[in-house]
Design a binder for this molecule. Structure first.
Ligand SMILES: NC(=O)c1ccc[n+]([C@@H]2O[C@H](COP(=O)([O-])OP(=O)(O)OC[C@H]3O[C@@H](n4cnc5c(N)ncnc54)[C@H](OP(=O)(O)O)[C@@H]3O)[C@@H](O)[C@H]2O)c1
Length: 297
């Protein structure tokens, strides 16, 4: 599995494993989580994507229990986690509304929670989960630089940011933002034309693509033209539609790292099939045509 270099200290595996649904699995035992991580590692997938809010603020703890039971795993993986969403559940049950908090106090407290829950000393990449309309960029930027200086966080990126959100925060930081995690897939292709991917290419920072299978919606209608188009390519290349949907993202020159969310061990074991798919320009556009529902003008 190829890797993507974020800076001199941090690199990602080309495909990332996402843990949003980790706490929703009927089996959350440390042994089962370890089996998922090992199935990833066997394919060279070393990057695990978390967020404080996943599983109602419980998914980090599920990972932490696995890392406690099998401490040798820690040095074989990179851990990405996110913060700034405060939802009235779990430790924030008393919140009067769902909101974003990029204040220094909230960021520092969130990082301490994440480190403790995951049983780790350092987060490899901390992402600001959602752009905060009340962000004081000077305060947020200084807090994020401070977290890197403290050693609690190796590097910082963002998620769901538009170009203006990125440049505002970056203008108040000494450390470069390393990535933006956005929605991108054959069922969410807008990012390829609305500037979201373009500005990342311009800034030379790789993109992380969340819900690369549309959160499973890709498989909702077995007769959909999108699935038929994927299956045509899949059949010709001896893989399944998932591998082709992921390969479609991998083929783009923006260095897109798909973040896969399956809880199914068999599917996890086949994630890297995507790297075997040949995706030439014509095939890419045939799938893009199915994705946007029309031939390009
Ligand atoms: N930054 C953000 O704002 C943000 C937002 C959303 C997600 N994320 C990240 O992105 C990761 C991936 O998101 P996601 O879970 O939505 O990704 P996804 O890979 O697009 O979707 C995973 C879902 O699709 C289902 N699925 C996969 N293959 C299937 C198949 N062949 N047939 C039927 N269902 C299938 C899975 O079910 P099974 O478990 O049964 O396979 C699972 O429920 C998350 O874990 C999280 O790390 C980030």
């Amino acid at each position: 599995m190829n890797r993507i270099k974020l800076n001199s200290d941090v690199s990602f595996s080309r495909i990332v494993y996402g843990m949003w649904r980790l706490a929703d699995d009927e089996n959350t035992t440390p042994a089962h989580v370890q089996a998922k991580i090992e199935a990833c590692l066997a394919q060279g997938i070393t990057t695990m994507d978390q967020a404080d809010i996943y599983g109602g603020y419980e998914a980090e703890e599920v990972l932490g229990a696995a890392l406690k039971a099998a401490p040798a795993l820690r040095d074989q993986i990179e851990i990405v986690t996110k913060c700034d969403i405060v939802a009235p559940v779990g430790r924030y049950s008393d919140a009067k509304a769902k909101y974003y908090d990029t204040s220094r106090a909230h960021l520092l407290a969130s990082v301490d929670h994440s480190l403790r829950l995951m049983n780790i000393d350092q987060i490899d990449v901390l992402l600001v989960h959602r752009p905060d309309p009340m962000m004081d960029h000077q305060e947020t930027g200084a807090a994020l630089d401070g977290l890197i200086a403290s050693g609690k966080v190796k590097s910082v990126g963002v998620s769901n940011f538009k170009r203006h959100d990125w440049t505002l925060l970056q203008s108040a930081m000494n450390n470069p933002l390393v990535t933006n995690q956005i929605e991108a897939s054959v069922v969410a292709p807008e990012c390829f034309t609305n500037g979201d991917i373009a500005f990342m290419q311009e800034f030379g920072a790789p993109v992380m693509a969340w819900s690369p299978l549309g959160g499973g919606s890709l498989f909702g209608d077995p007769l959909s033209p999108m699935l038929a188009a994927l299956n045509t390519v899949a059949k010709a290349q001896g893989v399944d539609a998932t591998a082709v949907a992921v390969a479609w993202l991998l083929a783009h020159p923006a260095e897109i790292a798909p973040v896969m969310g399956t809880n199914n061990l068999d599917r996890i074991a086949r994630i890297s099939d995507a790297t075997k798919v040949e995706m030439d320009r014509e095939t890419w556009f045939a799938l893009y045509t199915a994705s946007i529902g029309a031939e390009v003008p």
